[in-house]
Design a binder for this molecule. Structure first.
Ligand code: SF4
Ligand code: SF4
Length: 86
């Protein structure tokens, strides 16, 4: 799934504007992603020029596992930028 690197995020809102699924909020100059809405389209990762959003396969928990299963079921494979890392 996509992780917000808190130390890097400056709250510019570019990712929020890029998200067609209303999955991003920016509160107190920090972005957060609603996993129930996020489709892993990757538009926000492209939009964040300071790379405060990154693909991360290592976040713990059942939510992460469920997320990738749903993504692969929908798209057939993991995103190329993720696959390249993994
Ligand atoms: S585009 Fe990057 S820096 Fe700007 S709010 Fe989103 S995550 Fe933060
Ligand atoms: S990956 Fe796509 S759907 Fe998910 S938060 Fe980013 S822009 Fe929105």
């Amino acid at each position: 799934m996509i992780e917000v690197i808190n130390d890097k995020c400056v709250g510019c809102g570019a990712c929020l504007k890029a998200c067609a699924y209303d999955a991003i909020r920016v509160t107190d100059k920090l972005a957060s992603i609603d996993l129930e809405k996020c489709t892993l389209c990757g538009a926000c990762v492209q939009a964040c020029v300071i790379r405060a959003l990154q693909w991360n396969a290592d976040l713990p928990g059942a939510a992460n596992e469920k997320f990738w299963k749903a993504y692969v079921a929908k798209h057939g494979q993991k995103p190329s930028s993720y696959a390249a890392q993994g």
